[in-house]
Design a protein around this ligand. Structure first.
Ligand SMILES: [Mg+2]
Length: 214
């Protein structure tokens, strides 16, 4: 773990990283995206579903594919509609909050989600005041993770080098870019993956962060 403590900047993905996938928030967003696109493009729900997942895998996010292939779609409207999710059953991240507050490094949220949603989720799980800043998808011009562009942008935005950073995320493709750029990497909440390229792997981020505190 010493190799992580050498890093002064710690970047945390939001969805399924700062909260556990069992909260199933993304499972609410997917259908809303598919409905919006079906209505907006006048295509069947089935066709919309195929298109959304194709863009998600090709570009790291459906919205990037829509931006490239359907420039007439209002991305703000799409994003706002898609992210109107119910959070009532999502628990506060009390243990992670305590660990992050005690972890004396620069801490940023680095998410492919839009800022209003990221803010709402972070406030709901009570982690909003644990970070020095939020770098949301708008700041990448929707050229999001795993595109190296997003990583270069966050480095510029908060003025640090990739080699100063540790990167926590649940997506192996994002981990791969971070690693190539020289970040130390931690794959989070993926008990379905055995073989991976990350420097570390954890299914319990609160305990993992707590273990870094001396
Ligand atoms: Mg994620």
């Amino acid at each position: 773990m010493n190799s992580l403590l050498e890093r002064d900047v710690h970047l945390f993905d939001l969805d399924n990283t700062l909260y556990h996938p069992k909260n199933a928030i993304l499972e609410q967003i997917g259908p809303r995206m598919r409905n919006f696109i079906s209505h907006e493009l006048g295509i069947s729900l089935e066709a919309s579903s195929t298109l959304c997942s194709d863009y998600y895998f090709r570009y790291g996010g459906t919205i990037r594919g829509i931006q490239l292939h359907y420039p007439s779609v209002d991305l703000n409207k799409f994003s706002e509609f898609s992210h109107q999710v119910e959070l009532d059953n999502v628990e506060k991240a009390t243990k992670l909050k305590d660990a992050l507050h005690a972890f004396k490094k620069s801490r940023y949220v680095f998410t492919n989600s839009p800022l209003p949603y990221a803010t709402r989720v972070l406030k709901h799980i009570d982690l909003y005041d644990c970070f020095d800043g939020i770098f949301s998808v708008e700041l990448t011009g929707y050229k999001m993770k795993p595109d190296p562009h997003a990583f270069n942008k966050i480095c510029q935005h908060f003025d640090f080098e990739a080699s100063d950073a540790a990167f926590y995320d649940d997506q192996p493709s994002n981990i791969a870019t971070a690693k190539k750029l020289g970040m130390r990497t931690i794959l989070v909440n993926r008990d379905d993956i055995e073989h991976h390229d990350a420097c570390y792997k954890t299914e319990d981020l609160p305990s993992f962060v707590a273990s870094l505190i001396k």
